[in-house]
Structures are given as C-alpha cells and as structure tokens.
Design a protein around this ligand. Structure first.
Ligand code: ZN
Length: 408
C-alpha cells in the first residue's frame, strides 16, 4: 500500500524490503514512531505482527496517534468509532483474520458487531433469542430499568447459514452483564442501560457508514483495475503501431491533443480486454483513418516550420548584406524577405524538399544578384511614380525635369 507522502519513501521502502523488519528494532523509539506514522494501516498491522516488542510499543495508548495518522491515509474512510480503538478499527478493515480463532482469509465482517468471524466462530460467539432466554443471560430487570427491548439493548443480526436465524453477540452481552454486576444502585443501572442503548444505536449508524465506504472503495478499486487494463491495452496498441512505423504520428497525437483525435478517443482502443493478435487487424482498420489524419497534419506542420525556417534564413542573408558600418541611407533601404522570397532563385531554395539541407549560405549566394535587380526595380518604380505626379512641362523652354531625374 502506498504511503501518502514522498518524504520518507526511501526509508519506508528500505523497511518494507528488509523482512522481518529487523532494522526497525535498531532504531530509537522516537525515530521508529516517526516512520510508523507514515505507514498505511495494513502496513502497520504487518509491522505489529513481527514481534511482541513492536506490538507492545504500537498498542500503547500514547501511540494511538500512529494509527490515527495511518487511518488518515485511507481515502474516504470514516473516522474511527468512539467505541473501539484505532488498532482494532484498522484490524477489522485491513486484516482478513478471524477475531475468534485467528484463521486467515476470512472476509465475513459483521459490521453491526464490528467483528470479523469465520463461520465456526460466528456461531460459537452468538446465540439466538431462545438460547439467551434459556440460559438467562440477561438480568431480567435490565430491560425493565432501561425500558428498552432486547433489540435496542443488543445488536441483532440475521444469518442464513447453516440455518436462517437471528443472533445476538455473546461478547456484547458478556460485557454488559459484567458491567451490570459492578453496579450497586438503581441510578448506576439506569445509566448503564442508557449507555448500552446508545452504544447499540451508534454501532448501527457507524456500521452503515462503514458499509457505504466499503462499497465506494470497492467501486473505486474496480475503476482503478479497469483503468489499469485500459492503459495496458493502449500501451499494447502503441507498441504495435510503433513497430509498424507510426511512431511520429503517435507522438504528434500526444503533443496535439486539442487539434487531432487521439488513440484515447477511439472506443475500440478503450477496452478492458487484453489485446490479441487475432483482433489486431480489426483494431488497426479502426485506427488507420485517425493515423492518416495525424500524418497529414504532422507533415503540414513540419512543412510550415521548414518554410518559416528558410524564410528566416533569407531574411538573415539580406540583413548580412546590408549590415555595413558606418550605417548609411543605403543600408536602411534594403528589401524585406517577402520582396525576394518569390524570385525563382529563392523559391528553388525555400521549396526544396526536406531531405535537402538548405543553409543561410545558400541564400547568401543568390541575395546579392537579387538585390541589384530589386534596387533597379525600385528606382524604375520610383521614377515612374514621380513622373506621373509632375506637371507636363515638355512644351516649356529648358524643361528641367529630365535633368533632375537623370540620377534615377
Ligand atoms: Zn474463527
């Protein structure tokens, strides 16, 4: 069972892996208790079984906090009832041993009595109403003083084996009778009956809580079990796909969950059954369209990144050509990458296949020639732009504009 904190994890593992917990005996008591409080109750029970000395230490009243802390590690578990100790509570829930004979693998918890009994001990530790009457187990005036019925004073359960019957718990009756014998006054007996009735009521309420928790815990464990089976199946599917060369698509799907369908979105993958070679072709046919969509998206993304990288190289090559000191008007009047990117010399480099290594130097070789053409185009364009905006002076003597535009 996992501890709920990582801090002492290494030490706990060392303890667990050194049977029979021999190292624990060497530790100072304060260190030992500090370790124990991080253990799950089932581990505490195992530790307590290793030696009398440890059991004695752990069952001391002042060390009850160890068990309380341990019980807190159990998700959703109702708090320990006031009518029993924390070790006893841990025992009934996490130890499958009979409280009567100590036999193991006993799964019959009688929650109304807060005990775990094998079939034999259940019968030996209980009695029917008739047996109770015949043996005169209950002082008759107890019912009169308490003004309660037997069912209110003692917890009654119904069993179906070996024969259907309603039974009282003998240890509960025994404890009451012993307490009854210690009373001397009417008031003490009245109070005892009151306490007994309250105890039975509390036990019923807490039993209901515990049964509900057990059902919830079973459901949780079943969910975890199913989730583990599904994870195993997904893992098996991934292994098969990787072996078939679909690893890039699997990684792409993992990295782009919001963009593409993933294996976890495909119902035939999310099964609890073990993946078999026989069903694999059917599963692959169901997965293949998703893989192909992922492949198309991946290739498009990769091409986009490649184009972006190559246009960045073109931009750097242009900047390099114009990076002169001191700076001049010419160094600022440079083309942007988009001005040259669609020229055939650049298109050839930018659109080259991914398998061809393209570097900034490749662009640096073609940029100077393209820049010369770009500058000529700019000048031509500027000249046209100016001319279109000048008044027609051709008829004037000494027309000045041709001379002024000559440098362009
Ligand atoms: Zn037993």
């Amino acid at each position: 069972m996992p501890a709920t904190t990582d801090a002492p994890a290494k030490l706990l593992n060392a303890v667990r892996q050194s049977p029979p917990f021999g190292a624990l005996h060497q530790l100072p008591s304060i260190v030992l208790r500090e370790i124990l409080r991080y253990l799950h109750p089932s581990d505490l029970l195992n530790v307590a079984r290793t030696s009398k000395a440890l059991r004695k230490l752990m069952l001391r009243r002042e060390n009850a906090y160890i068990w309380r802390e341990g019980l807190k590690h159990v998700k959703g578990l109702p708090a320990c009832p006031a009518f029993m100790s924390e070790p006893a509570y841990a025992h009934i829930i996490f130890s499958a041993t009979c409280h009567g004979c100590g036999a193991g693998d006993v799964h019959n918890v009688i929650w109304s009595w807060f005990v775990r009994y094998c079939d034999k001990c259940l019968l030996a530790s209980s009695c029917t109403y008739r047996e109770m009457q015949t043996a005169s187990l209950i002082p008759q005036d107890a019912l009169v003083i308490g003004e309660m019925t037997l069912k209110e004073m003692f917890t009654l359960i119904q069993i179906s084996s070996p024969l259907p019957s309603y039974r009282f718990h003998l240890p509960q009756i025994d404890r009451f009778v012993k307490a009854w014998k210690r009373t001397t006054t009417y008031e003490e007996r009245y109070e005892l009956c009151d306490e007994q009735g309250a105890l039975v009521k509390a036990m019923k309420e807490r039993a209901t809580e515990c049964v509900k928790w057990l059902e919830w815990d079973e459901e949780r464990k079943e969910c975890e079990r199913r989730a583990a089976l599904i994870e195993q199946r997904i893992s098996d599917v991934i292994n098969k796909l990787q072996a078939a060369g679909w690893d890039p698509e699997i990684r792409y799907m993992d990295d782009h969950k919001s963009k593409v369908t993933t294996l976890r979105d495909i119902p035939i993958v999310l099964q609890t059954s073990q993946l078999t070679d026989e069903e694999w072709p059917l599963i692959f046919d169901a997965i293949k369209p998703t893989l192909e969509v992922a492949r198309t998206a991946r290739l498009a993304d990769e091409r986009h990144l490649m184009l972006k990288s190559r246009t960045n190289m073109l931009d750097e090559a242009i900047r390099d050509q114009f990076a002169t000191l001191p700076r001049s008007a010419h160094s600022f009047a440079r083309p942007y990458y988009i001005d040259l990117a669609f020229k055939p010399e650049c298109r050839e480099l930018i659109d080259a296949s991914a398998s061809r290594l393209i570097t900034k130097e490749d662009f640096s070789l073609v940029v100077p020639g393209l820049v010369v053409h770009w500058e000529e185009e700019c000048k031509r364009g500027f000249k046209e732009w100016i001319k279109n905006r000048l008044p027609d002076t051709s008829s004037l003597p000494g027309n000045p504009w041709p001379r002024m535009l000559a440098p362009w």
